[in-house]
Design a protein around this ligand. Structure first.
Ligand SMILES: NC(=[NH2+])NCCC[C@H](N)C(=O)O
Ligand SMILES: [Mn+2]
Ligand SMILES: [Mn+2]
Length: 348
């Protein structure tokens, strides 16, 4: 008996060892940035997700994940940025903070990609989508971006009606639009940008008039909720994957407000008629199955909005989405190395 047990545990260790060689490293950074819009609370989301067992949830969805949490991002605003804001971008709320935070994030993402196969950026509001994708582009110039959101977030400083910079990050990323930010020195801080044909939006249902003009003028691919209703999620996924260069790595920027407000009520700009949780999971699973997703953002959870129950529901939905992105399969398929330790008594 002693002998068998020892053998079993040797086998177990052997499997652990071979599993260790296929471990995938995942870096996580919290970005408690709330100045891209006017509601307090989004800055609390990274720590709330951690308290809600983010790490354990991800770890149990794929035992091969080797997770490193880099904590929360810090940044400092310098005089050059304040001057840019005063001279050119005084009509945009918190431009200097936006730039300072994103510059720090661009550096942080590159560090995470040197040390990990994948990274996850937890917001904060969606203004940090700029730094997260831009940092990713500096490490991996051949990148495709899937922006899952109720909103297009592609306003220019000249078109934004709200002045909220969380409605603008995509315009900092696209080759064809970043020239409109000519005083932001983007060629120095983030020289690699995204070609418009490598961007696909999913879930849109609240597009500003000028945003619609920009999307159509540049022929940017977007699957708004009406196309999803007409064609269904499987077709939308197929078209999304077809549109993107199959050699590219993928960045998924997930705004929690893409989900319907019944499953994600605690968010600053909730719009009804959104993705069901199942549709969200389905989309994320399909992207995950390409094995090309290298970076993901999860943004706009605001724990100060709604009841305690609303917050709980929103965080639970977010965890389901993240679980599916990082390994969980609804079919039950998984790696068995830590389970196959002799529970069936003897080898068949
Ligand atoms: N990331 C978001 N939730 N963005 C909402 C943007 C709303 C609106 N289009 C604006 O520019 O102000
Ligand atoms: Mn957004
Ligand atoms: Mn949104």
């Amino acid at each position: 008996m002693w002998c068998t047990r020892q053998l079993a545990s040797a086998r177990f260790l052997g499997r652990c060892f071979s599993a260790a060689s296929e471990q995938t490293r995942l870096g996580i950074i919290g970005v408690p940035f709330a100045k891209g819009q006017s509601k307090q609370g989004v800055e609390l989301a990274p720590d709330l997700l951690r308290q809600s067992n983010l790490r354990q949830v991800l770890q149990s969805s794929d035992e091969r994940l080797l997770i490193t949490d880099y904590g929360n991002l810090h940044y400092a605003v310098d005089e050059t940025l304040l001057q840019q804001q005063r001279q050119h971008y005084y009509h945009i709320r918190n431009y200097a903070d936006f730039m300072a935070c994103n510059l720090a994030l661009i550096g942080q993402v590159q560090v995470m990609l040197q040390q990990n196969a994948q990274f996850l950026t937890i917001g904060g509001d969606h203004a940090i989508g700029f730094g997260s994708v831009a940092g990713h582009l500096q490490h991996t110039p051949n990148l495709s971006l899937v922006w899952i959101d109720a909103h297009a977030d592609i306003n220019l400083h000249s078109t934004s009606q709200s002045g909220n910079i969380h409605g603008m990050p995509v315009s900092f990323l696209l080759q064809q639009l970043r020239a409109t930010w000519q005083h932001a020195a983007l060629d120095q801080v983030a020289p690699n940008c995204l070609p418009k044909d490598q961007l696909v939006y999913i879930g849109l249902r609240d597009i500003d008039p000028y945003e619609a003009f920009i999307l159509n003028k540049f022929g940017i691919r977007y699957y708004a909720m009406d196309s999803i209703d007409r064609m269904g999620v499987p077709k939308i996924i197929e078209m999304t994957l077809d549109a993107m260069d199959p050699h590219n790595k993928i960045h998924v920027s997930f705004d929690i407000d893409a989900l319907d407000s019944n499953v994600a009520p605690s968010t600053g700009t909730a719009v009804r008629g959104g993705l069901t949780l199942r549709e969200g999971i389905s989309i994320v699973e399909a992207l995950r199955d390409t094995k090309r997703v290298q970076g993901m953002d999860l943004v706009e959870i605001n724990p100060k909005l709604g009841t305690d129950r609303d917050v709980r529901t929103t965080v639970d939905s977010a965890l389901e989405i993240l679980k599916s992105m990082f390994g969980y399969r609804r079919s039950g398929a998984r790696h068995y190395s830590n389970l196959d330790t002799g529970i069936l008594g003897h080898e068949q």
